[in-house]
Structure formats: structure tokens, C-alpha cells
Design a protein around this ligand. Structure first.
Ligand SMILES: [Zn+2]
Length: 288
């Protein structure tokens, strides 16, 4: 009897521990998956609550770019996102920008991440660092890169921000598949000041917290991708007026401890994502 009670109590403890482990992060099973689901690419849900089938890996070294922190296995995305980065790298190389440093894209099947981003879930988001090193980084530099902020207080930092950064943002915004680009508010303000008469592209620059060391490019849903949930369109106009001014009173830089912190969000994913998570991947299916 006593033994039975002890065994039962132990079982409750084990179950409790399992429940706790599950509660730690809904993202864990997504982060644990190493390979995508094969087949045609399909973004499902939104960047902040979604997943992707048929993701492809951004090649580690292409013309005009390098992939940062490959050990994170966050270099997967929709083929359009990969093509966009390759074409931006090509254009940057042609203009002499030096290799672009590509930060996180998404996990092999997208989904929530156990640390860092709340978005990057449906294969349409990519972070591109502002740091332009001029020379390719070596393996250690890529694995543990040092970010460089473009912002000091409420302005761009004249010691780090250059016209090349403005040209790079304009180049990225010029791609028709780019829906919006998140940047720190002083960066948007500087772009507004310096853009001159060509202002249509400024609408895509969206002021947001952080994003002083990198800009975050979000592609629009792929036409015909019916499960992809688009974001509300960017507002009309160049976005250089009242909305931007509303950021003047808020702190916009994230404290160091806020970066890459564990993610306790638990987004409700579309039901199709549960099936994506369960499917065998290219490699698993191949070794059967
Ligand atoms: Zn991002």
C-alpha cells in the first residue's frame, strides 16, 4: 500500500515535470526539427503565428552575402525569400557594399522560436545586419558576430551610419515582393530627411523598437498561397509625419537583456501547422 502510494506519487511528479517541460516553450518541438517538409512551398498563417512547408535553406555563402550564426539552424525560408536575399546580395556586390551579413530567417518548418523573435514563423521574414564589414568574416566571426548599432539616443549615430546604409535600405525596398522593412525610428527619420524627391519607397520603412543593428525585411504573401495571412497594408504616404513623431517620446532601443531572451509567447497556430510538425522530413523519410 505504502509502496503503491509512493509509486503513484512518483508518477504524479513525473507527469508534473513533463507538463512543466511542455509549458516551458511551445516553440521547443519546432526548434528541435532539423529538416523541412518536402514539396511545394506554402506559407501558413502569419509571421507571428504560422509555419511553412517546402522551406529551402539559404546557401551559406553566396555572392554578396554571408550567413551569420549558422549553428542556430535559422537559415530556412520560402524560396522567394531566399531568391530575394540572393538578388540583394548580387546588387550589393555590384555596387561595392561588401558582403551583407544575413541574420535569422526561420526554422526548417517555421513556427515559433524558443528564444528571440516573435515573428519569422512563415518563411517570409529575414534580418539583415547594418554592419558592413567590407571583408568577409571568418568562421568564428560568423558564429559569434558583433552587432553595430546605427542609433545613438534619438538620432542615427554619425560614427556608424553612412549613405551606403540609406542606399541599401532603398535597394531592398525597391523589390516588389518586399511588403515592409522594420527599422529603428531614428533610422526612418533620417531616411525621411535624406530621401529627397523620390519618396514612394519610404512607405515600406516601418518604425519599430530595436532594429538599430539590423533591418528586418518582410515579404508579402506569395500570390495564390491561400493559407498565408497577410498583414494590414502599410499606410498610404511616406510615413514621415505624425506616426513617426509619435515615437519621439518613447524609448526605442532595446536593453541588452531583452535581446534573444527566452520566448514565452504561445501563439495559436493554424490547424494545418500541427500536420506540418508531424510530417516526416526529407532526411527522415529518406532513411526509412
Ligand atoms: Zn527580425
Amino acid at each position: 500500500m505504502r509502496r503503491g502510494f509512493a509509486a503513484g506519487f512518483a508518477a504524479v511528479l513525473v507527469l508534473g515535470a513533463a507538463a512543466c517541460a511542455e509549458a516551458r516553450s511551445a516553440a521547443d518541438p519546432w526548434a528541435a526539427i532539423r529538416v523541412p517538409v518536402a514539396g511545394g512551398a506554402q506559407s501558413i498563417g502569419s509571421p507571428a503565428a504560422g509555419c511553412i512547408a517546402g522551406a529551402v535553406a539559404l546557401p551559406q555563402d553566396g555572392e554578396g552575402y554571408q550567413v551569420l550564426r549558422p549553428q542556430r539552424n535559422r537559415f530556412w525560408a520560402h524560396p522567394r525569400t531566399v531568391a530575394f536575399i540572393q538578388s540583394l546580395g548580387h546588387a550589393a556586390a555590384a555596387q561595392g557594399f561588401g558582403p551583407l551579413l544575413i541574420g535569422d530567417l526561420g526554422q526548417p518548418r517555421g513556427g515559433p522560436m524558443s528564444f528571440g523573435h516573435g515573428s519569422h514563423q512563415n518563411g517570409l521574414d529575414v534580418d539583415i545586419w547594418f554592419r558592413l564589414s567590407g571583408q568577409p568574416l571568418d568562421e568564428e566571426g560568423l558564429a559569434r558576430p558583433e552587432p553595430v548599432s546605427m542609433v545613438s539616443g534619438t538620432k542615427v549615430n554619425p560614427a556608424t551610419w553612412t549613405d551606403t546604409h540609406l542606399r541599401l535600405l532603398k535597394l531592398a525596398a525597391a523589390s516588389p515582393e518586399v511588403d515592409r522593412i522594420f527599422v529603428n525610428p531614428p533610422i526612418k527619420a533620417e531616411a525621411c530627411r535624406r530621401a529627397g524627391g523620390d519618396r514612394a519607397w519610404l512607405a515600406k520603412l516601418r518604425p519599430w523598437w530595436g532594429h538599430d543593428e539590423h533591418f528586418h525585411v518582410r515579404l508579402s504573401c506569395t500570390p495564390g498561397d491561400i493559407g498565408c495571412v497577410p498583414q494590414a497594408p502599410v499606410p498610404d504616404g511616406d510615413g514621415c509625419g505624425g506616426e513617426l513623431a509619435s515615437w519621439n517620446t518613447k524609448p526605442t532601443l532595446l536593453p541588452a537583456e531583452a535581446k534573444d531572451k527566452p520566448n514565452h509567447r504561445n501563439p495559436v497556430l493554424p490547424p494545418a501547422c500541427a500536420a506540418i510538425l508531424r510530417q516526416p522530413g526529407v532526411v527522415e523519410a529518406g532513411v526509412r
